[in-house]
Design a protein around this ligand. Structure first.
Ligand code: PRP
Length: 216
């Protein structure tokens, strides 16, 4: 066992849950628990594991190009980015819903298939939903965050975004108008690593799979 396995983690909400699950499966990195640290790369020399923290949308990129052997990322990002990676496990946490949301009145615009403006961090998911599933022509405007602002300040009619607790919508006078699909965290693997480091990667997948909390 001379080679390191590099694991890309999604910074923020998913990183802690990922480390809990990896810990239950027997893979540790104590350094990662220091919340004040600005460090990005962490090594467990004993287990020859290297972890790094990246922004969600970049995780599939690191894995596709082989900078990471394994990644953990939301299925929303995988749908949006459409990268060539193996998706090997649904990890069961990070559950939320991809939804079309807006003020109550916008529900009518959806029913009557009117040409509307959609603001979203997920333009590809929004395009696929409206054009291919609903046969509705829409204008899509890409935003990078706080997407709920779109209908509030008049940039768009509805948003396509993830809803977890629903509190962001409630606090901003918006509601779920339609559900696009459920979302959860996934483990992905680089296609070459799967061939070249098969045994170690299989071991990791199998031990993580055994520790997934099925009660989520
Ligand atoms: C996400 C999403 C919603 C919010 C939903 O934003 O874009 O705004 O969480 O969660 P809730 O239903 O529990 O309120 P995030 O916190 O990732 O920040 P962003 O808006 O800057 O992208």
């Amino acid at each position: 066992m001379n080679e390191y396995i590099t694991i890309a983690l999604t910074k923020g909400r998913l990183a802690d849950k990922t480390m809990d699950l990896l810990g239950r499966a027997g893979y540790y990195c104590e350094e990662l628990k220091d919340k004040k640290s600005r460090k990005l790369v962490f090594v467990n020399e004993e287990q020859k594991l290297r972890f790094f923290l990246a922004k969600g949308p970049d995780v599939p990129t690191y894995v596709e190009y082989g900078a990471a052997d394994i990644g953990v990322v939301g299925s929303d990002i995988l749908m949006e980015e459409d990268r060539r990676v193996h998706e090997v496990l649904d990890l069961g946490f990070g559950r939320c819903r991809m939804c079309v949301c807006g003020p109550r009145e916008a529900g009518e615009l959806l029913k009557h298939h009117e040409q509307i403006r959609v603001t979203s961090k997920y333009p590809n998911i929004a395009r696929d939903f409206f054009y291919n599933q609903k046969n509705q022509t829409v204008d899509i405007i890409k935003l990078n965050g706080s997407v709920e602002l779109g209908p509030i300040v008049g940039l768009g009619d509805v948003i396509v975004d993830i809803v977890e607790t629903g509190s962001t919508l409630r606090e901003n006078g918006l509601m779920v108008l339609e559900e696009v699909c459920p979302i959860s965290a996934r483990m992905i693997v680089n296609q070459v690593s799967m061939q070249m480091k098969t045994q170690r990667i299989r071991e990791i997948i199998d031990s993580v799979r055994d520790c997934i909390d099925l009660d989520f």
